[in-house]
Design a binder for this molecule. Structure first.
Ligand code: Q46
Ligand code: ZN
Ligand code: ZN
Length: 315
């Protein structure tokens, strides 16, 4: 960005230029713009109503803490949920110590400094094993604990949301996350995932409604927002994320974006528009997944017996 560039809304120096919107903004107008855009996204996709109780899944990262900050500014009743996965406790696998501890501390500090309510679930204390330990025992995920981690996070988020009587669960996925997921789903033509990929996932038995209010922001915008709002967040990625295909997909999309500003946005928002035009609608019949209720936890599952999570933890 050139040093002389001025904010579109005032005469001050712009601190960010969003090339995909052709919009340079100063600090004050940028943070204001982020909050306003989030409000519009929530309204456009009817994510939640002013009276709803929202549970924000926080990881200690920039996106989820920024989301919590924005919802607070918009006056919503939003509590936080942090899940301690025990990713510090197995240095023999990860070679890293302290990821979960640090992300938990930052989430707690954020909540405390703003007088917000944070529920902390210590996964190994509650289920007897850390996520990497379960991955080793069950040999799920080809030496990586990510599939166990995803399954466990989904289960715990739903459980806490239901037990706490929350109307909706909000996550901090940004446009880079969604575009990378869409890219992966498209490269492999995962039609079921393409059908389900959406900023709003309606509730189903035992599963709470899920929304992604930051899905229109680029990752760099969220990093800038967190910095400008003085939010302290964990900078490192989870040690297990190295080599993940989603990271490669993000890099490819960033190359496209560098050549053609707006490429990521057109790719993802164009997909949502195509969905609105029914481009991805399944035929009326014969395309329904089997749906059962897990007898142990009450969450919906494709399994005819216990769900994959309950079988995995042996409850
Ligand atoms: S936290 Fe869990 Fe991610 Fe770490 S173990 Fe893999 S899935 S990389 S979002
Ligand atoms: Zn300005
Ligand atoms: Zn279950």
């Amino acid at each position: 960005m050139s040093n002389q560039q001025k904010c579109r809304k005032c005469e001050q120096k712009a601190i960010i230029n969003m090339r995909q919107h052709k919009l340079p903004l100063c600090k004050g107008h940028f943070t204001e713009w982020v909050v306003e855009q989030t409000r519009r996204t929530i309204e456009k996709y009817k994510m939640f109503r002013p009276e709803d109780r929202i549970l924000v899944a926080v990881s200690g990262g920039k996106d989820s803490l920024a989301l919590w900050d924005i919802l607070q500014q918009l006056g919503y009743h939003a509590d936080g949920l942090y899940i301690g996965l025990g990713i510090d406790d197995t240095p023999d696998i990860s070679g890293e110590i302290g990821y979960s501890d640090e992300s938990r501390q930052l989430s707690e500090d954020f909540a405390q400094s703003r007088g917000l309510k944070l529920t902390v679930v210590d996964f190994p204390a509650q289920y007897g094993e850390t996520i990497p330990e379960i991955a080793l025992r069950t040999r799920r995920g080809h030496g990586k604990p990510c599939s166990v981690c995803g399954l466990s996070k989904r289960h715990v988020m739903n459980r806490v949301a239901r037990e706490g009587g929350y109307d909706v669960l909000a996550t901090g996925h940004n446009l880079d996350d969604e575009a990378a997921t869409l890219f992966g789903n498209t490269l492999n033509w995962l039609d079921n995932y393409l059908l389900k990929q959406s900023p709003v996932l309606e509730a189903s038995p035992g599963l709470v409604r899920k929304v992604k209010p930051l899905m229109r922001f680029y990752e760099r915008e969220m990093a800038a927002y967190a910095l400008l709002r003085g939010i302290e967040y964990i900078q490192e990625e989870c040690p297990f994320s190295a080599g993940a295909s989603s990271i490669r997909h993000k890099e490819i999309l960033n190359q496209l974006e560098a050549d053609s500003p707006g490429a990521k946005q057109y790719f993802y928002l164009g997909f949502l528009k195509a969905k609105e035009r029914d481009f991805f609608n399944p035929p009326e019949e014969g395309n329904h997944d089997p749906q059962n209720i897990c007898p142990s936890c009450g969450q919906m599952t494709h399994s005819p017996r216990e769900c994959a999570f309950c079988r995995m933890v042996g409850h």
